[in-house]
Design a protein around this ligand. Sequence first.
Ligand SMILES: [Mg+2]
Length: 292
Amino acid sequence: MKVIIDFDGTLTAEETQTEALAEMSLDTLATDIIGVGRQQLAADYATTRRRLLSQPDHYWWEVNGLIASYCDEGAFILNTTTLQVLLRENPTYLQAVTSAFAQAEYDPVVDCTIYLFHRHTAGLPLPFRPAAAHVLSTLLREPHRTPVVLTNSLGDKVRRHLAALELPGDVEVLGDTRQYQMDPRWAHRFAHPDLGEIQIWPVSETRAIDLRRPAYYGALTKASIEDPRLAVVADTLSLPGAVPLVMGIPFFLLRTPYTPEWCARIVEAHALGRVLPSLGDLPQALRELPPA
Ligand SMILES: [Mg+2]
Protein backbone atom coordinates (compact mmCIF):
# COMPACT_ATOMS: atom_id res chain seq x y z
CA MET A 1 0.00 0.00 0.00
CA LYS A 2 1.17 3.50 -0.84
CA VAL A 3 0.57 5.88 2.05
CA ILE A 4 0.45 9.36 0.57
CA ILE A 5 1.33 11.88 3.28
CA ASP A 6 0.88 15.61 2.84
CA PHE A 7 3.95 17.68 3.79
CA ASP A 8 3.02 21.18 5.00
CA GLY A 9 0.92 21.02 8.15
CA THR A 10 0.92 17.22 8.32
CA LEU A 11 4.60 16.36 8.73
CA THR A 12 5.34 19.95 9.78
CA ALA A 13 3.94 22.28 12.44
CA GLU A 14 2.62 24.80 9.93
CA GLU A 15 0.97 26.80 12.72
CA THR A 16 4.42 27.89 13.93
CA GLN A 17 5.48 29.20 10.50
CA THR A 18 2.45 31.19 9.39
CA GLU A 19 3.26 34.44 11.14
CA ALA A 20 6.74 34.60 9.61
CA LEU A 21 5.32 33.68 6.19
CA ALA A 22 2.73 36.47 6.44
CA GLU A 23 5.32 39.03 7.59
CA MET A 24 7.71 38.21 4.74
CA SER A 25 4.86 38.23 2.22
CA LEU A 26 3.76 41.68 3.40
CA ASP A 27 7.38 42.94 3.14
CA THR A 28 7.60 41.76 -0.47
CA LEU A 29 4.18 43.15 -1.37
CA ALA A 30 4.83 46.54 0.23
CA THR A 31 8.33 47.01 -1.16
CA ASP A 32 8.60 45.13 -4.45
CA ILE A 33 5.07 44.72 -5.78
CA ILE A 34 2.69 47.43 -4.61
CA GLY A 35 4.84 50.23 -3.28
CA VAL A 36 2.69 51.06 -0.27
CA GLY A 37 3.53 51.74 3.36
CA ARG A 38 4.25 48.52 5.23
CA GLN A 39 2.16 49.61 8.25
CA GLN A 40 -0.88 50.42 6.14
CA LEU A 41 -0.65 47.06 4.38
CA ALA A 42 -0.27 45.19 7.68
CA ALA A 43 -3.31 47.02 9.12
CA ASP A 44 -5.36 46.12 6.02
CA TYR A 45 -4.20 42.50 6.30
CA ALA A 46 -5.30 42.30 9.95
CA THR A 47 -8.71 43.83 9.20
CA THR A 48 -9.28 41.47 6.26
CA ARG A 49 -8.21 38.42 8.27
CA ARG A 50 -10.65 39.28 11.08
CA ARG A 51 -13.47 39.66 8.56
CA LEU A 52 -12.73 36.27 6.96
CA LEU A 53 -12.71 34.53 10.32
CA SER A 54 -16.01 36.13 11.31
CA GLN A 55 -17.73 34.53 8.28
CA PRO A 56 -15.46 31.71 7.11
CA ASP A 57 -18.04 30.06 4.85
CA HIS A 58 -18.26 33.31 2.82
CA TYR A 59 -14.58 33.47 1.92
CA TRP A 60 -12.43 31.06 -0.04
CA TRP A 61 -9.39 30.53 -2.22
CA GLU A 62 -10.81 30.82 -5.72
CA VAL A 63 -9.12 29.48 -8.86
CA ASN A 64 -10.68 29.79 -12.31
CA GLY A 65 -13.96 30.81 -10.67
CA LEU A 66 -14.18 27.66 -8.50
CA ILE A 67 -13.67 27.24 -4.74
CA ALA A 68 -10.33 25.52 -4.12
CA SER A 69 -10.56 25.75 -0.32
CA TYR A 70 -12.51 27.57 2.35
CA CYS A 71 -10.43 30.17 4.15
CA ASP A 72 -10.54 28.52 7.58
CA GLU A 73 -9.29 25.04 6.65
CA GLY A 74 -5.60 25.56 7.42
CA ALA A 75 -3.04 28.07 8.69
CA PHE A 76 -1.33 28.62 5.31
CA ILE A 77 -4.72 28.63 3.56
CA LEU A 78 -6.00 31.40 5.83
CA ASN A 79 -2.92 33.47 5.01
CA THR A 80 -3.25 32.84 1.27
CA THR A 81 -6.97 33.63 1.26
CA THR A 82 -6.50 36.78 3.35
CA LEU A 83 -3.93 38.04 0.86
CA GLN A 84 -6.17 37.17 -2.10
CA VAL A 85 -9.21 38.98 -0.67
CA LEU A 86 -7.08 41.96 0.36
CA LEU A 87 -5.49 42.26 -3.09
CA ARG A 88 -8.76 41.83 -4.99
CA GLU A 89 -10.78 44.32 -2.95
CA ASN A 90 -8.39 47.28 -2.94
CA PRO A 91 -8.26 48.83 -6.44
CA THR A 92 -4.75 50.23 -5.92
CA TYR A 93 -3.36 46.89 -4.74
CA LEU A 94 -5.17 45.02 -7.52
CA GLN A 95 -3.77 47.31 -10.20
CA ALA A 96 -0.21 46.90 -8.92
CA VAL A 97 -0.50 43.09 -8.73
CA THR A 98 -2.13 42.95 -12.18
CA SER A 99 0.78 44.75 -13.78
CA ALA A 100 3.40 42.79 -11.80
CA PHE A 101 1.84 39.44 -12.79
CA ALA A 102 0.68 40.32 -16.29
CA GLN A 103 1.68 36.88 -17.66
CA ALA A 104 -0.38 35.01 -15.04
CA GLU A 105 -1.05 31.30 -15.43
CA TYR A 106 -4.27 31.48 -13.34
CA ASP A 107 -4.97 35.14 -12.63
CA PRO A 108 -2.62 37.83 -11.28
CA VAL A 109 -3.85 37.59 -7.68
CA VAL A 110 -3.65 33.78 -7.49
CA ASP A 111 -0.25 33.77 -9.20
CA CYS A 112 1.00 36.48 -6.83
CA THR A 113 0.01 34.49 -3.73
CA ILE A 114 1.51 31.25 -5.12
CA TYR A 115 4.72 33.17 -5.84
CA LEU A 116 4.82 34.60 -2.30
CA PHE A 117 4.16 31.14 -0.83
CA HIS A 118 6.95 29.38 -2.76
CA ARG A 119 9.43 32.21 -2.34
CA HIS A 120 9.03 32.55 1.40
CA THR A 121 8.35 28.99 2.57
CA ALA A 122 11.59 27.93 0.84
CA GLY A 123 13.67 29.84 3.37
CA LEU A 124 11.66 29.24 6.55
CA PRO A 125 13.19 27.10 9.30
CA LEU A 126 11.28 23.87 9.28
CA PRO A 127 9.65 22.49 12.41
CA PHE A 128 8.76 18.85 11.74
CA ARG A 129 6.03 17.54 14.00
CA PRO A 130 7.68 15.46 16.77
CA ALA A 131 6.38 12.15 15.37
CA ALA A 132 7.39 12.80 11.73
CA ALA A 133 10.70 10.91 11.66
CA HIS A 134 9.33 7.98 13.65
CA VAL A 135 6.22 7.64 11.47
CA LEU A 136 8.16 7.77 8.19
CA SER A 137 10.80 5.33 9.51
CA THR A 138 8.11 2.92 10.70
CA LEU A 139 6.37 2.95 7.31
CA LEU A 140 9.67 2.52 5.45
CA ARG A 141 10.39 -0.58 7.53
CA GLU A 142 6.94 -2.16 7.16
CA PRO A 143 7.07 -4.54 4.20
CA HIS A 144 3.63 -3.76 2.76
CA ARG A 145 3.58 0.02 3.16
CA THR A 146 5.42 2.67 1.21
CA PRO A 147 5.29 6.29 2.34
CA VAL A 148 5.00 8.90 -0.40
CA VAL A 149 5.17 12.58 0.48
CA LEU A 150 2.61 14.78 -1.24
CA THR A 151 3.13 18.48 -1.71
CA ASN A 152 1.84 21.51 -3.55
CA SER A 153 5.28 22.94 -2.93
CA LEU A 154 8.15 22.20 -5.23
CA GLY A 155 9.61 18.72 -4.70
CA ASP A 156 13.19 19.95 -4.20
CA LYS A 157 12.37 21.92 -1.07
CA VAL A 158 10.66 18.90 0.43
CA ARG A 159 13.45 16.46 -0.53
CA ARG A 160 16.01 18.74 1.10
CA HIS A 161 14.04 18.88 4.36
CA LEU A 162 13.36 15.12 4.41
CA ALA A 163 17.10 14.44 4.05
CA ALA A 164 17.60 16.17 7.42
CA LEU A 165 15.45 13.50 9.12
CA GLU A 166 18.10 10.82 8.36
CA LEU A 167 15.50 8.18 7.54
CA PRO A 168 16.43 4.52 6.93
CA GLY A 169 15.60 4.84 3.21
CA ASP A 170 14.52 7.23 0.47
CA VAL A 171 10.98 8.56 0.54
CA GLU A 172 9.31 9.17 -2.81
CA VAL A 173 8.06 12.75 -3.24
CA LEU A 174 4.99 13.56 -5.28
CA GLY A 175 5.71 17.27 -5.78
CA ASP A 176 3.81 20.18 -7.33
CA THR A 177 0.55 18.20 -7.31
CA ARG A 178 -1.54 21.39 -7.55
CA GLN A 179 -4.60 20.33 -5.62
CA TYR A 180 -5.73 23.92 -6.19
CA GLN A 181 -5.74 23.50 -9.99
CA MET A 182 -9.47 23.88 -10.61
CA ASP A 183 -10.96 23.44 -14.07
CA PRO A 184 -14.62 24.37 -14.70
CA ARG A 185 -14.53 22.59 -18.10
CA TRP A 186 -13.38 19.24 -16.73
CA ALA A 187 -16.12 16.71 -17.48
CA HIS A 188 -15.25 13.93 -15.02
CA ARG A 189 -17.90 12.99 -12.47
CA PHE A 190 -17.63 10.97 -9.26
CA ALA A 191 -20.15 8.40 -8.08
CA HIS A 192 -21.71 9.40 -4.75
CA PRO A 193 -23.81 6.76 -2.92
CA ASP A 194 -26.75 9.14 -2.31
CA LEU A 195 -26.32 11.96 -4.81
CA GLY A 196 -25.42 10.03 -7.97
CA GLU A 197 -22.81 11.47 -10.35
CA ILE A 198 -21.34 14.63 -8.86
CA GLN A 199 -18.68 17.28 -9.49
CA ILE A 200 -19.49 19.31 -6.39
CA TRP A 201 -19.91 17.64 -3.02
CA PRO A 202 -22.35 19.48 -0.74
CA VAL A 203 -21.00 18.93 2.76
CA SER A 204 -23.25 21.19 4.84
CA GLU A 205 -25.99 23.82 4.57
CA THR A 206 -23.43 26.49 3.71
CA ARG A 207 -20.48 24.69 2.17
CA ALA A 208 -19.80 22.54 -0.87
CA ILE A 209 -16.46 21.10 -1.93
CA ASP A 210 -15.67 21.36 -5.63
CA LEU A 211 -14.08 18.18 -6.99
CA ARG A 212 -12.98 19.53 -10.38
CA ARG A 213 -9.24 19.09 -9.72
CA PRO A 214 -7.87 17.28 -12.78
CA ALA A 215 -4.17 17.61 -11.86
CA TYR A 216 -4.66 16.05 -8.42
CA TYR A 217 -7.04 13.40 -9.76
CA GLY A 218 -4.39 12.54 -12.37
CA ALA A 219 -1.66 12.23 -9.71
CA LEU A 220 -3.82 9.89 -7.58
CA THR A 221 -4.85 7.84 -10.61
CA LYS A 222 -1.20 7.41 -11.61
CA ALA A 223 -0.28 6.36 -8.07
CA SER A 224 -3.12 3.83 -8.00
CA ILE A 225 -1.86 2.24 -11.22
CA GLU A 226 1.52 1.69 -9.54
CA ASP A 227 -0.20 0.33 -6.41
CA PRO A 228 -3.98 -0.13 -6.29
CA ARG A 229 -4.03 0.18 -2.48
CA LEU A 230 -3.67 3.81 -1.45
CA ALA A 231 -4.36 5.93 1.60
CA VAL A 232 -4.01 9.71 1.90
CA VAL A 233 -3.07 11.58 5.08
CA ALA A 234 -3.38 15.36 5.36
CA ASP A 235 -4.19 18.26 7.65
CA THR A 236 -6.88 19.90 5.49
CA LEU A 237 -9.98 18.64 3.67
CA SER A 238 -10.92 20.44 0.43
CA LEU A 239 -7.47 20.50 -1.17
CA PRO A 240 -6.02 17.04 -0.41
CA GLY A 241 -8.90 15.09 1.18
CA ALA A 242 -12.14 15.33 -0.74
CA VAL A 243 -10.97 13.84 -4.05
CA PRO A 244 -9.51 10.68 -2.45
CA LEU A 245 -12.73 10.14 -0.47
CA VAL A 246 -14.92 10.33 -3.57
CA MET A 247 -12.47 8.07 -5.44
CA GLY A 248 -12.87 5.40 -2.74
CA ILE A 249 -9.43 5.99 -1.18
CA PRO A 250 -9.21 6.05 2.65
CA PHE A 251 -8.39 9.53 3.96
CA PHE A 252 -6.94 10.40 7.37
CA LEU A 253 -7.39 13.99 8.54
CA LEU A 254 -4.74 15.02 11.07
CA ARG A 255 -6.24 17.16 13.80
CA THR A 256 -4.12 20.28 14.35
CA PRO A 257 -4.58 23.46 16.44
CA TYR A 258 -6.24 25.07 13.40
CA THR A 259 -8.51 22.21 12.27
CA PRO A 260 -12.10 23.53 12.09
CA GLU A 261 -14.77 21.33 13.58
CA TRP A 262 -16.74 21.14 10.32
CA CYS A 263 -13.83 19.41 8.53
CA ALA A 264 -13.41 16.84 11.31
CA ARG A 265 -17.16 16.18 11.31
CA ILE A 266 -17.33 15.52 7.57
CA VAL A 267 -14.34 13.19 7.62
CA GLU A 268 -15.68 11.26 10.63
CA ALA A 269 -19.06 10.88 8.94
CA HIS A 270 -17.54 9.32 5.80
CA ALA A 271 -17.10 5.54 5.70
CA LEU A 272 -13.53 5.91 4.40
CA GLY A 273 -12.60 8.90 6.58
CA ARG A 274 -10.89 9.01 9.95
CA VAL A 275 -9.59 11.83 12.12
CA LEU A 276 -6.12 11.26 13.60
CA PRO A 277 -5.70 12.91 17.02
CA SER A 278 -1.94 13.06 16.37
CA LEU A 279 0.54 12.11 13.64
CA GLY A 280 2.03 9.36 15.82
CA ASP A 281 -1.31 7.49 15.59
CA LEU A 282 -0.89 6.92 11.85
CA PRO A 283 0.93 3.54 11.73
CA GLN A 284 -1.65 1.91 14.01
CA ALA A 285 -4.58 3.53 12.16
CA LEU A 286 -3.24 2.07 8.89
CA ARG A 287 -3.05 -1.39 10.45
CA GLU A 288 -6.72 -1.06 11.39
CA LEU A 289 -7.86 -0.46 7.79
CA PRO A 290 -10.05 -3.30 6.55
CA PRO A 291 -8.25 -5.68 4.17
CA ALA A 292 -8.75 -4.99 0.45
MG1 LIG B 1 -1.25 20.60 4.36
